[in-house]
Structure formats: structure tokens, C-alpha cells
Design a protein around this ligand. Structure first.
Ligand code: TXA
Ligand code: MG
Length: 321
């Protein structure tokens, strides 16, 4: 099993030696390696069983460092960075030449983000290199939002987990690509589209929510999936077709009397979609461990983080896998 703790010095030593450390961010836990060290980055793909076509996001601590990661940073990227970093936004930019192609899966572009977590920002400030970090879960499974989630699944493959508590946002970053002053959303995430729209024009036609998304490889239809089957739709209706004793329920607020209480999770009693996002991945993991056959989930309201939650639930429920 991995050691879990808050020892920054230990994390620095392990990363500097070319090994992996799981790090907390405000979105989900990441599995970090020195982004300049190909041998270290290979270990990420191995530990996660991640296909080589799925590129990694590079994390740094300040906007001035971005020019070491990306060779061109348009003005609109600086505007977005000033407004939303540190925070749950990843920008796709033309990659700098010393970022290995392994990190970007052969693409000429790189994903960059400054995560908003005090411990990880401290770590990044003390490292002489940025870190490449995908979510710290086996490929295709639900992302981890606590150190224990990482331990449960990758603990025997990595030496150290930096424990920064439960993630505040709870859902992965919003990934965008810039086309002049227009923004394309490659992955809905922890930064609401409405907030982006306060700063830039977001192309509605280009919000990617389906599998046909070559622009963000790795965004497969079946992703973020628990082992149990997930059925997304009206829960009351779906309960009529199932044995309520054998199902789990993920709703925003509603409680269903026919289902055992411990098999139900309300994501936010007050209907707050940020709170719901924070609870979502833990809820999927908790129900995945229950003696049930099926998880019934309902779509969230289509605004704010509800859009990103629905995207994850759709992928979790995808049956073409
Ligand atoms: O919140 C997050 O983004 C978390 C934390 C750890 O920062 N990271 C994360 O990484 O979710 P990951 O590897 O699970 O998802 C990264 C996704 C890839 O699957 C791909 O869709 C997109 O980012 N991506 C990365 N680099 C890209 C590039 N050069 N072009 C297009 N998409 C890219
Ligand atoms: Mg991931």
C-alpha cells in the first residue's frame, strides 16, 4: 500500500527521483510525474492502464510558468487565466518543444492548468518542473475525490499519496480550446459554462458531450463508470421496472420510500448543483460497493454544474461498452 500523508518534502523527493505521487486538487486527485521526464511519465500510463492515445494535463503554479509549457499563449488565454486560475479550467495550447510527445499523445498541443489547492500549489512552487497528472484512477473508472479513493485502487502501484482532504469541486476541470476569441468546450467540468461566458464567447455548437470527440481524445462514451450498471432517467418510472430492494438511487433531492434508505444518496438536500458535483463521485463509489444490481440516477437541471454532472452520468450509464 502507498503511504498517505502531508509530507511535502517526501512528495518532492519521490517526484524528483522520477516516481509517481498522487496529489490533491480542487477538482479530483491527480497522479503526478515530472512532465519533462519521459521515463516518469510512462509510469503514469502503466499505473492507470491508460492507453497512449489519451493525453495528460500539465499542472503548474503560476501564469508566468505557462510559457515553459506552451509556445504560444494568445491574449484571450491570459485573460481567462487571470480570471479563473488557480481553478477548474484547462486550456489547450500549442505545446513547447521540451514537453515530451508522450505527455500530449503525439499532439502538437498541450493541456495546461493551475489547480486551486494550497498543498499542491505549495508543492508545485517548490518543484523545478511542472507535473503531468491525469485523474488518479484506473482508466475508465470514476475519478477519486479523497486520498482513500486513490489508496483503494492504485495504492499498490504508487509510493506516496499527498493527502489534501476531500476535493472541493469534485468533478474534473472544464477543458477548452481557443479559436481566435471563440471558445470550444472539449469537456464540461468544474467551471460552469455561464462563468466562461462572462469573459468569452462560447460556441454552443461546439460543446462536446458525446463520444465523437476526436479533439479531446480520451473522452470516450464509456468513462467515469462504476462496475455496476447505471440507468439514467426518471427514477420513479425506472423503479416500476425493477426490484426496489436491489437498486441504488442517486437523486438530487428526492427520497424514494420503496428503496432501502442506505441504498439512496441525495446529492444535495438543498438542490445546490455545486454541492451535488462535490458528492457525485463518492456517491457512485459508495453505491458500487453495495449489494445491489443496478444504480438508478436522474438527470440534473441543465445549468451550472448540472451540465457537467449529466455528462458524467451519461458516460457512467453508457451501455455500448
Ligand atoms: O481536473 C482535472 O482536469 C484533473 C486534475 C488532476 O487536474 N485531471 C484530469 O485529467 O481529469 P485526465 O487525464 O483524467 O483527463 C485529461 C483529458 C484527456 O482525456 C483529454 O480529453 C484532454 O484532457 N486533453 C489533454 N491534453 C489534450 C490535448 N493536447 N488536446 C486535447 N485534449 C487534451
Ligand atoms: Mg480521468
Amino acid at each position: 500500500m502507498a503511504d498517505i500523508g502531508t509530507d511535502l518534502q517526501r512528495a518532492i523527493t519521490v517526484l524528483t527521483q522520477g516516481d509517481l505521487v498522487a496529489i490533491p486538487t480542487e477538482t479530483v486527485y491527480g497522479l503526478a510525474a515530472n512532465a519533462y521526464d519521459e521515463k516518469a511519465v510512462v509510469k503514469i500510463f502503466e499505473a492507470k492502464n491508460r492507453p497512449a492515445f489519451d493525453p495528460l494535463i500539465v499542472h503548474t503554479h503560476s501564469v508566468s510558468e505557462v510559457s515553459n509549457i506552451a509556445r504560444e499563449v494568445p491574449d484571450v488565454a491570459y485573460t481567462l487565466a487571470e480570471r479563473f486560475w488557480p481553478g477548474p479550467l484547462t486550456l489547450i495550447l500549442p505545446k513547447a518543444k521540451h514537453i515530451p510527445l508522450l505527455v500530449t499523445s503525439g499532439h502538437d498541443s498541450v493541456g495546461v492548468r493551475i489547480p486551486n489547492h494550497p498543498l499542491t500549489l505549495d508543492l508545485l512552487r517548490q518543484l523545478p518542473f511542472p507535473v503531468a497528472a491525469p485523474s488518479a484512477n484506473p482508466f475508465g473508472y470514476v475519478s477519486p475525490t479523497t486520498a482513500q479513493h486513490v489508496q483503494d485502487q492504485l495504492g499498490d502501484r504508487i509510493p506516496y499519496i499527498l493527502d489534501g482532504g476531500a476535493c472541493d469541486v469534485g468533478i474534473e476541470s472544464t477543458i477548452i480550446r481557443l479559436n481566435g476569441n471563440e471558445v470550444e468546450v472539449l469537456r464540461l467540468g468544474g467551471l460552469a459554462v455561464e462563468e466562461l461566458e462572462e469573459v468569452v464567447h462560447v460556441s454552443k455548437a461546439k460543446i462536446k458531450t458525446s463520444s465523437s470527440n476526436p479533439a479531446a481524445p480520451g473522452m470516450l462514451s464509456s468513462h467515469y463508470s462504476p462496475r455496476k450498471k447505471v440507468l439514467l432517467g426518471d427514477i420513479s418510472e425506472n423503479l416500476l421496472k425493477t426490484d426496489p430492494a436491489r437498486v441504488g438511487v442517486i437523486s438530487l433531492q428526492e427520497i424514494f420510500p420503496e428503496v432501502p434508505r442506505e441504498q439512496q444518496i441525495q446529492l444535495s438536500a438543498s438542490g445546490d448543483l455545486s454541492e451535488a458535483a462535490r458528492s457525485l463521485f463518492s456517491a457512485l463509489r459508495t453505491l458500487d460497493a453495495q449489494p445491489i444490481d443496478l444504480i438508478l440516477a436522474e438527470p440534473m437541471p441543465e445549468h451550472g454544474l448540472g451540465l457537467a454532472i449529466n455528462d458524467r452520468l451519461q458516460r457512467a450509464s453508457y451501455q455500448g461498452k
